[in-house]
Design a protein around this ligand. Structure first.
Ligand code: TXA
Ligand code: MG
Length: 317
């Protein structure tokens, strides 16, 4: 049986015992395990059907703990952690001996994040170990932004879902690291590139990789079960054969389909609100039988629109 509630003491105690607990964060729900317990970490891979070559992000509530565990934030990234932690920023830092190769997939760096979610921060404060947590979805599928999304795939398979309500950011963290003295962004996410560059100047964006070492960067990922087509303009939308289609739109119009088959990501044209609703919208159409295929509008390519477009590209491919 999977408990679903907001009891942080139970959650911390399951984690301490090596069991799996899904945890809310401001980005997406994570599938959490005690990162100091390699068997617990392995069970994340098993339940998600995730290949072992895909490394995990570890989560904690304080910089002091990160320090104590022998991990150090690269100097040129400190303006970012100072500004954005707790928050949707993940930092690659040199791996400590305390972190097992199962967590990092044998890579020399470990990904670390202090999430910004009140309930989870409180829960993490009870843990004297980091929590390894990839997004709590079956590998390759759309990430979860509610406890219900997690329940759909993992009910009965994990000890607990810590229910912290819907995720406020709705898209995964931005991943940064350093190469040759330059700041590199490896995954577009909840903190826009413009905001990162305000702190550290121009960055290198390296978000696609054919190497299997970071499947979050692989072309096919974040994909719903149904066919997804991305469109950009009103002309493109008008020209599409709309039979069996549902729509996820930002600011385009479609009049010749039932209103029930259209989701607007943000009536106020806010990129932040669009990110918050994006995964929920993809999942909603996957769950509706009368729909065969999804037509999704590409966002204007700035702010969180850029991260949404990145996920959309991978969902389509
Ligand atoms: O917002 C988020 O980051 C969420 C919440 C739960 O914190 N987590 C998340 O984890 O999105 P996941 O596993 O779905 O994505 C982690 C990605 C990997 O696929 C990889 O691209 C990158 O982070 N990554 C993790 N550790 C790495 C490492 N040591 N070196 C390079 N890339 C790494
Ligand atoms: Mg993921």
């Amino acid at each position: 049986m999977t408990l679903i509630n907001n009891d942080i003491r139970s959650a911390a105690s399951f984690l301490k015992n090596g069991e799996l607990v899904a945890i809310p964060t401001e980005t997406v729900y994570g599938m959490g395990a005690n990162a100091f317990n390699p068997d617990a970490v392995k069970s994340i891979f098993a339940v998600k059907n995730r290949p072992f070559y895909d490394p995990l992000i570890i989560h904690t509530d304080s910089m002091d703990k990160i320090d104590q565990w022998g991990m150090f934030i690269p100097e040129i990234l400190k303006p970012l952690t100072q500004k954005f932690w707790p928050g949707p920023l993940t930092v690659l830092m040199e791996k400590s001996w305390m972190i097992s190769d199962v967590v990092t997939a044998g890579l020399p760096r470990v990904a670390v994040r202090i999430p910004n979610h009140a309930l989870t921060l409180e829960m993490l404060s009870l843990c004297d170990f980091p929590i390894a947590a990839p997004s709590a979805n079956p590998f390759g599928y759309v990430s979860p932004t509610t406890a219900d999304h997690v329940k759909k795939h993992f009910d009965g398979k994990i000890s607990m879902i810590l229910d912290g309500g819907p995720c406020q950011i709705g898209i995964e963290s931005t991943i940064v690291g350093v190469e040759n003295g330059e700041v590199v962004v490896y995954r577009l996410g909840g903190i826009a590139i413009e905001e990162i560059e305000m702190e550290v100047g121009e960055v290198v964006i390296q978000t696609s990789s054919s190497k299997p070492e970071a499947p979050g960067m692989l072309m096919k990922h974040y994909a719903p079960a149904k066919k997804v087509t991305a469109i950009e303009s009103q002309e493109e939308l008008n020209a599409i054969d709309k039979k069996g289609c549902a729509f996820i739109l930002f600011d385009l119009n479609v009049d010749d389909v039932p209103e029930d088959d259209i989701i607007y990501l943000s009536k106020a044209s806010s990129h932040d609100e669009a990110a918050q609703n994006f995964y929920n919208a993809l999942r909603a159409w996957d769950d509706k039988d009368s729909i065969q295929s999804l037509i999704v509008q590409r966002m204007p390519d700035f702010g969180l629109g850029r991260a949404i477009n990145d996920r959309l590209r991978r969902a389509v491919s």
